[in-house]
Design a protein around this ligand. Structure first.
Ligand code: C5P
Length: 401
């Protein structure tokens, strides 16, 4: 999504300026071309050479040097850009822009550009809470400028409160959202993710190797593209800090219940969770002792997806088929048995596909038996092609408003 995008990164003079070096690295890692503009006070915190080296582009700090070149710098940079992000944004820069002051390169650029502008403020807690800063932000929001909420925590001045620069991952997510098409607006998508966990006794459980990454990526990409997203997830400790609101559950029965209670107005369900097919018939109250052979009796869990497929008001249903052999046959069988609209199949034994890894190799099969193969991709890109395919099928069947 960031490949080939032109990003302008404005850096202003706060202690969090060093964190924008990390933001620059993330942006370039995903293929964006970044031009950095620093205010004079930002250069007191971090040297411009750091940004120049990491972006591979000259850093602009002085409005007057630009006019010496053949192009009028701020106009040409502003017209080429896809997005301008100011991180950290001080109370000073927010105040200047809100009041139409353009006395340096960054403020001039903000006024000259027509691309989306994202502010990631960072300042002392009292400054953040001050009426003048809040009034300026509310004026700017009214004029369609975008804002990240600063994070809470211990600030450089020792005070604990709100005012820290938002998490770099959260800023990246918002940048991607601003660069994404809004083509899922009006869709309410329920996504399930991760494994389920079925207790055997207080210490042990039956679970599987699902990491939840596929479902979380689907939720993040769908949200960026304008969908309202409900994420129901089994235990995925690694992913708890993704900043996505999650309805947590443990067992398959809890997941079935959570899905059932959140179906109101849902237009599509994507079941990326690896739901346990069986649970122990009985859960031991005390830890089972090693005492000769032990036979664990299992009973089946409900098939959540098949249950949804039987509903008269069935939403558009996307299932997953993690297989180790006869991929197409098994996946097609599942579409019919569970009354699905499409299924995402992958061979979990292929290198780079399946559980725990950040990549996947999928093929999508729809109910007419049409199969589309995709190469090895990041799970984020896989999420994108699944949502594209879903939209395409919905449009074909005129299921969109
Ligand atoms: O039949 P199988 O378990 O391979 O089907 C996989 C699909 O069905 C996945 O989308 C999974 O989330 C869903 N499923 C379910 N309830 C179960 C088992 C699987 O919804 N008990």
């Amino acid at each position: 999504m960031l490949q080939g995008k032109e990003i302008l990164l404005g850096v202003t003079g706060g202690i969090a300026a060093y964190k924008s070096v990390l933001l620059l690295r993330e942006l370039t890692k995903y293929g964006a071309n970044v031009n950095v503009i620093m205010t004079k006070s930002a250069t007191e915190f971090v040297g411009s050479l750091t940004f120049q080296t990491l972006s591979g582009n000259p850093v602009t700090t002085d409005i007057f040097t630009l006019f010496a070149s053949s192009e009028i710098g701020h106009v040409s940079l502003a017209s080429r850009a896809d997005l301008l992000v100011i991180a950290p944004a001080t109370a000073n820069i927010i105040g200047k822009i809100a009041n139409g002051i353009a006395d340096d390169f960054l403020t001039t650029m903000v006024m000259a550009t027509r691309v989306p502008v994202l502010f990631a403020p960072a300042m002392n807690t009292n400054m953040w809470a001050s009426r003048v800063v809040q009034r300026n932000i509310s004026d700017l929001k009214e004029m369609d400028y975008n804002f990240m909420e600063p994070a809470e925590g211990e600030l450089a001045c020792g005070v604990v409160g709100r005012g820290k620069l938002a998490d770099i991952d959260a800023i990246m997510d918002e940048i991607k959202a601003l660069l994404s098409p809004n083509d899922l607006q009006g869709e309410k998508i329920l996504i399930s993710a991760g494994p389920t966990e079925e207790a055997i006794d207080p210490a042990r459980c039956l679970t599987n190797r699902s990491s939840g990454k596929m479902g979380y990526n689907l939720a993040a990409v769908a949200r960026r593209r304008g969908a309202e997203v409900i994420l129901v997830a089994g235990p995925c400790a690694e992913l708890e800090n993704w900043g996505i609101k999650v309805i947590n559950c443990k067992t398959a029965l809890e997941m079935a219940d959570a899905i059932d209670q959140n179906l109101d107005g849902v237009t599509s369900v994507i079941m990326a969770a690896a739901v346990a097919d069986f649970r122990p018939a009985e859960q031991a109250a005390e830890k089972i002792k090693r005492d000769g052979n032990y036979c664990l009796e299992l009973e089946p869990n409900p098939d959540i997806l098949a249950g949804l497929g039987k509903r008269p008001d069935k939403p558009f249903l996307v299932g997953f088929a993690a297989e180790t052999n006869k991929l197409f046959d098994h996946a097609q069988g599942k579409i019919k048995r569970k009354n699905l609209d499409m299924i995402v199949a992958n061979d979990v034994t292929a290198p780079g596909a399946g559980f725990s890894v950040d990549t996947n190799i999928i093929c999508i099969i729809d109910r007419d038996g049409q199969m589309t193969d995709f190469p090895l991709m990041s799970k984020e890109n896989v999420a994108g092609v699944i949502l594209d395919h879903m939209l395409k099928l919905k449009k074909k069947r005129r299921l969109l408003a």
